[in-house]
Write a protein that binds this ligand. Structure first.
Ligand code: GDP
Ligand code: MG
Length: 162
């Protein structure tokens, strides 16, 4: 049984982009069935010889569900199923009420939570991540899922918790 890593966070912070960046994209494409348009939300990944299962909880949605309910359910899935939880937020838009809500939901787990701040595409944005210390989830790790920067540091932090 492989360790499970779950990505949680409010919509639009880049969870699916990070998920696709971390997983072996070739595998994802091979396993995708024609006609399936739903976001892929579960895949195997590997970093420095550590294999793990990765879940994008944002890909798990309920029709008609309110955003607060969806976020709660996604956090619960992460808390129940994951060995390591990555809370993802974004430097664009700074911190929002929904970020605080996600963080609060994660306070009640004893499982390791890693805070990653996405869309830190340039040095100036990487300096903006310090606001996120106030979420109370430790040192924020800046990443740019679209550029691929910081992903190695995030993966090092994840496998360090296995
Ligand atoms: P999700 O709702 O959390 O799964 O977010 P998505 O992965 O769908 O991304 C939402 C939007 O943010 C898309 O337009 C992405 O292209 C964009 N995005 C994702 N990662 C980055 C990043 O590192 N930098 C920038 N500038 N945009 C990003
Ligand atoms: Mg998504």
């Amino acid at each position: 049984v492989l360790p499970v890593v779950a990505i949680v966070g409010r919509p639009n912070v880049g969870k699916s982009t990070l998920f696709n960046r971390i997983i072996n994209q070739r595998l994802a494409i091979v396993e995708d069935k024609p006609g399936v348009t739903r976001d892929r939300n579960y895949a195997q990944a590997e970093w420095m010889g550590h294999k793990f299962d990765l879940i994008d909880t944002g890909g798990i949605t309920w029709e008609g569900g309110k955003i607060e309910e969806e976020i709660r359910a996604q956090a619960e899935i992460a808390i129940e199923e994951a060995d390591v939880i990555v809370m993802l937020t974004s430097v664009v838009n700074h911190m929002t009420d929904l970020d605080e809500r996600v963080a609060h939901l994660l306070y009640r787990t004893k499982k390791p939570v890693i805070l990653a701040v996405n869309k830190a595409d340039n040095p100036e944005q990487r300096n903006d991540i310090y606001d996120f210390y106030s979420l109370g989830l430790g040192d924020p790790i800046p990443v740019s899922s679209s550029h691929g920067t910081g992903i190695g540091d995030l993966l090092d932090a994840i496998v360090d918790k296995f």
